[in-house]
Unconditional design. Structure first.
Length: 277
């Protein structure tokens, strides 16, 4: 059985601070995660005109939505440090590009994995460029229809790029009655591909349930403290939650077994105590 791949989604929970990012990477390694993930965007391209000038209250004072996005966006010098630190920590890192320029930027790091963010699932030009790289890609499916998923998969299959669909509900945080975890089984049957789960709920248990339903990767947002400023912090796991999730997932893998009935030596000894006929 293939090991379930655990991804710590740092996203923008670093709030533009490289030291916070490094601490989150370290926590992911301590907890037993396989990879951490970031987001890469050019705010000039990805910020819609109708919200650019919306007022935004931040820890750095009152500003606009556009200026806030620029403030927290990592530059090349930051990603260089992330690349070196992850190599030192022996943990994979990758990022979801939100525009064509960001996709080009990430190529220089020769990463093993790629990611399509839920918000980018219908950006077909971006999907073309991502899939042409032929890196194993995790494709999140929040905020989408099955028609959207089918269109995306056609592109990846055409370009012969291996992928995993990630069942996802893009609510922050997502309520239990919104999670629809049984769709993991539906995805496996309908799309006949690798399927994982990207969760935005508060607790650990739905992610474990997703694994029990067949998810081959689990992605969760991670944070140093849920009370920190930021839109994703409340739907993220702190270190103790990360450890708990990893422990439960690995225990689940251990308990699954082969699915073949076995009569082990301890059972044979036990039977001798009870058998009187």
């Amino acid at each position: 059985m293939r090991k379930i791949f655990l991804i710590g989604e740092i996203g923008i929970n670093h709030n533009g601070d490289i030291e916070i990012a490094k601490k989150l990477i370290e926590n992911a390694k301590i907890a037993g995660f396989d990879a951490v993930k970031f987001q890469k965007r050019d705010p000039v391209i990805t910020t819609p005109d109708n919200i650019k000038n919306q007022p935004r209250s931040t820890p750095w004072g009152n500003t606009t939505y556009f200026e806030y996005k620029k403030k927290i966006e990592f530059k090349k010098k930051h990603f260089d440090k992330i690349d070196r630190f992850c190599k030192k920590m022996k943990i994979h890192w990758f990022a979801s590009p939100w525009d064509l320029e960001s996709n080009k930027f990430l190529k220089q790091y020769k990463l093993k994995y790629n990611k399509v963010a839920s918000a980018m699932l219908t950006n077909l030009k971006l999907l073309e460029e991502i899939s042409k790289q032929k890196r194993y890609t995790f494709i999140s499916t929040g905020m989408s229809t099955e028609k959207d998923i089918i269109k995306a998969l056609k592109i990846f299959k055409k370009n012969k790029c291996k992928f995993m669909l990630m069942h996802c509900v893009s609510s922050y945080p997502a309520k239990d009655n919104q999670l629809n975890l049984n769709y993991i089984k539906t995805m496996k049957k309908k799309f006949r591909c690798d399927v994982g789960y990207s969760g935005h709920e508060i607790s650990v248990s739905p992610s474990l349930m997703a694994a029990c339903l067949g998810a081959q990767a689990i992605e969760r947002h991670i944070t140093l403290d849920r009370t920190m400023w930021g839109t994703d912090q409340s739907a993220s796991l702190e270190l103790n939650g990360m450890k708990l999730l990893a422990e439960f997932i690995r225990k689940f893998e251990e308990c699954q077994g082969s699915g073949i009935k076995k009569f082990n030596d301890l059972e044979k000894k036990m039977l001798k105590k009870f058998k009187y006929w």
